[in-house]
Design a binder for this molecule. Structure first.
Ligand SMILES: [Fe+2]
Length: 511
C-alpha cells in the first residue's frame, strides 16, 4: 500500500535543501574553524573517498562522514552538528608536493557529505587527495584531470551493482588497471528489500530487518547507499580514478519513467519519492554543485570533452521519457521520445559542433534494435532512435556505452537496423553487471534473441566490466568477466573477448 500523501510541510522538509548547507559542503567561509566542535567517533571515513566531474583543470572530491555507516536510522552514526572537513590535493601520493588545501563543512542536511570543487590544476595529470577530520585522516585517493588535446584515453564502464547478489571482484580489477576514468552507467543502488534466504546471495554476510523492505524515504535511500558503499572493492575503484555517472531506473524505482511508477503510485506521490532518491544520489556521489536536484528535478545530462580526442555525452533516459507504449501504433509514433525534446536538441547541437575524433554517448539503456517487446530500452522509442542515428551518422565515429541488461554485448550501430545493407555508423559496447544476477553463466536463454541479429557480434551472461582505450586511429574494447561472484571477492578476471574499431570506418573486428 502506498504511504499517505505528504503534507506540504513534510514535502519541503524532505526535499528542500538550504542554499547555505549546499554551499558549505563545497567550500567553507574563510572565517570557519577547522577544528570540530566536539570529537567525531573514530572510523569517520568508513564509506571511503571519491572524485568525479573531471575537467582539464580539476575535479570534484567527495567523502561522507559515517563512523557507523549502517546505523539503522540512516544517519551513519553522526549527530546533527556541522563538522569541518579539511582536504588536500598533491602531485604525489606521499603529499610532498601539495598543490591545494581547503575546508568544507559537512552538515546533517546533506548526510554529512562534502563535495569540494578543485580547479586551476594542470591538464592530463595524476593527482592524489585525502581528507582530515580532527586527528583522523582518510584513505588516499588518486584521480586525473582531462587532457586539452589528448592522444590516448582509457576508461572502464560498469553498471548494475546489486550488492546483495554477490561480491565485486570487477572493481578490484578496475582499480588495478588505474584507467583515466570510470563511467558508471546506471543502477548504482537497487531499491528492493534485501531478504536473507531470498535475494541475499552474497555469501557470509548478514543484514538487519531495516534492509528488508523496499526503500522509500530519504533516510532509507541514504542507508542503502551506505550499505553498498561499505564494499571495499567499490571503494578502491572510487579511489583510483574520477567517475562519471549516468542513472537508470533503480536509483529510484524499477522501470519508472518521468513521474510514472509502474507500481501504481500516483504521480503526485511518486515525484516526492523521486525527489528524495535524486537527493540521495547527489549526496553519495562525487558530483558537482550543478548536479544538485531542485525538488524532484535534476539536470543529469551533461557533456565532457576529452581534449579533441573524444566528446562524451552523458544521457538521462529516465527523467523525460514518454510512458510505455499502449499499442504498436503508439510505439511507432513520430512524437515519441526517450530523451525529451530539450535534451534531444542539446545532444544534436553538441554532435553537430563536435570537434572530436570519437563521439561517445553514455546512457542507461541499450540503443541497438533487439526486439519490439523490449519497450523499456530504445526499442520502445523507434522514432527517437531514428533521429539519433541520423545525427550519429553525420557526426561520425559514434560509440554508445550502455549497461542495464546484466549481459556483455558488442554490436554494430546501423544507420537503419531494419535494412541489412545499411551502413555501419558506430559501435555499442554494453557492459554486464558488476553484481546483479549473481554468478551467471557464459550463455543463457536470452542469447539467441540477441545473436540472431547480424549486427550483434558478442553476448555473454556472466558478471564483469568493459575496458576501452581510444587513440586517434582506433578504439579497442576488452570484455572482462569472472567465473563466480557469490562465494567471495577472489575470482580471477578473464578477458573473454576483445574488439577493435578503426576511426573513420566503424565496425567490430575481433582481436
Ligand atoms: Fe540493473
Amino acid at each position: 500500500m502506498p504511504p499517505p500523501p505528504p503534507s506540504r510541510r513534510t514535502f519541503l522538509q524532505l526535499t528542500g535543501l538550504s542554499a547555505a548547507s549546499v554551499a558549505l559542503g563545497v567550500s567553507a567561509p574563510a572565517s570557519a574553524d577547522a577544528t570540530p566542535g566536539r570529537p567525531i567517533p573514530s572510523g569517520a571515513f568508513a564509506l571511503g573517498v571519491a572524485s568525479g566531474d573531471p575537467r582539464p583543470d580539476g575535479f570534484v572530491l567527495w567523502t561522507r562522514l559515517a563512523p557507523t555507516p549502517l546505523a539503522a536510522d540512516g544517519h551513519g552514526g553522526m549527530r546533527a552538528d556541522h563538522v569541518p572537513v579539511q582536504y588536500e590535493v598533491a602531485e604525489d601520493s606521499q603529499f610532498k608536493h601539495v598543490v591545494r588545501r581547503g575546508l568544507a563543512i559537512a552538515t546533517a542536511e546533506l548526510a554529512h557529505a562534502v563535495h569540494p570543487e578543485v580547479r586551476g590544476l594542470r591538464p592530463e595529470r595524476e593527482y592524489f587527495y585525502r581528507f582530515r577530520v580532527g586527528t583522523e585522516v582518510s584513505p588516499v585517493g588518486r584521480t586525473k584531470t582531462l587532457p586539452v588535446h589528448g592522444s590516448r584515453f582509457s576508461f572502464a564502464t560498469a553498471s548494475c551493482q546489486a550488492w546483495y547478489h554477490g561480491y565485486f571482484p570487477a572493481y578490484r580489477d578496475i582499480a588495478r588497471r588505474s584507467p583515466d576514468a570510470v563511467f558508471f552507467l546506471g543502477d548504482y543502488i537497487y531499491e528492493y528489500g534485501i531478504v536473507p534466504g531470498g535475494n541475499l546471495w552474497r555469501q557470509g554476510v548478514a543484514v538487519g530487518p531495516e534492509h528488508g523492505v523496499e526503500i522509500e524515504t530519504l533516510e532509507q535511500y541514504r542507508l542503502r547507499y551506505s550499505l553498498f558503499k561499505t564494499d571495499p572493492e567499490l571503494q578502491s575503484a572510487h579511489a583510483t580514478a574520477p567517475w562519471l555517472f549516468v542513472w537508470d531506473d533503480h536509483e529510484v524505482q524499477n522501470n519508472y519513467g518521468a513521474a510514472i511508477s509502474p507500481y501504481g503510485i500516483p504521480p503526485e506521490l511518486f515525484v516526492h519519492r523521486r525527489a528524495v532518491a535524486y537527493r540521495a544520489f547527489y549526496e553519495n556521489l562525487p558530483l558537482a554543485l550543478s548536479s544538485l536536484p531542485t525538488g524532484p528535478d535534476s539536470q543529469a545530462y551533461r557533456r565532457y570533452d576529452v581534449g579533441s580526442l573524444a566528446r562524451l555525452n552523458l544521457l538521462d533516459t529516465r527523467q523525460y521519457r514518454d510512458p510505455a507504449p499502449t499499442s504498436e501504433a503508439d510505439r511507432q509514433s513520430e512524437a515519441r521520445t526517450i530523451m525529451g525534446a530539450k535534451q534531444e536538441k542539446w545532444l544534436y547541437d553538441g554532435l553537430r559542433r563536435s570537434p572530436a575524433t570519437w563521439n561517445l554517448l553514455a546512457g542507461g539503456v541499450v540503443l541497438t534494435a533487439i526486439s519490439n517487446d523490449r519497450t523499456d530500452q530504445w526499442d520502445g522509442y523507434p522514432a527517437n532512435r531514428r533521429r539519433l542515428l541520423a545525427e550519429l551518422q553525420q557526426a561520425g565515429n559514434a560509440v554508445m556505452l550502455t549497461g542495464d541488461i546484466h549481459r556483455h554485448v558488442a554490436s554494430e550501430l546501423k544507420a537503419d537496423f531494419a535494412d541489412p545493407a545499411a551502413p555501419t555508423i558506430g559501435v555499442e559496447l554494453v557492459c554486464s553487471s558488476i553484481g546483479s544476477d549473481g554468478d551467471g553463466a557464459d550463455t543463457d536463454n536470452y542469447a539467441k534473441d540477441w545473436l540472431r541479429h547480424p549486427y550483434v557480434k558478442f553476448y555473454n551472461a556472466r558478471r564483469g566490466y568493459v575496458h576501452t582505450t581510444l587513440t586517434r586511429s582506433e578504439l579497442t574494447a576488452e570484455f572482462v568477466n569472472f567465473p563466480y561472484i557469490e562465494a567471495d571477492a577472489n575470482a580471477e578476471p578473464r578477458a573473454i573477448a576483445s574488439f577493435r574499431s578503426p576511426a573513420g570506418s566503424p565496425r567490430l573486428e575481433a582481436l
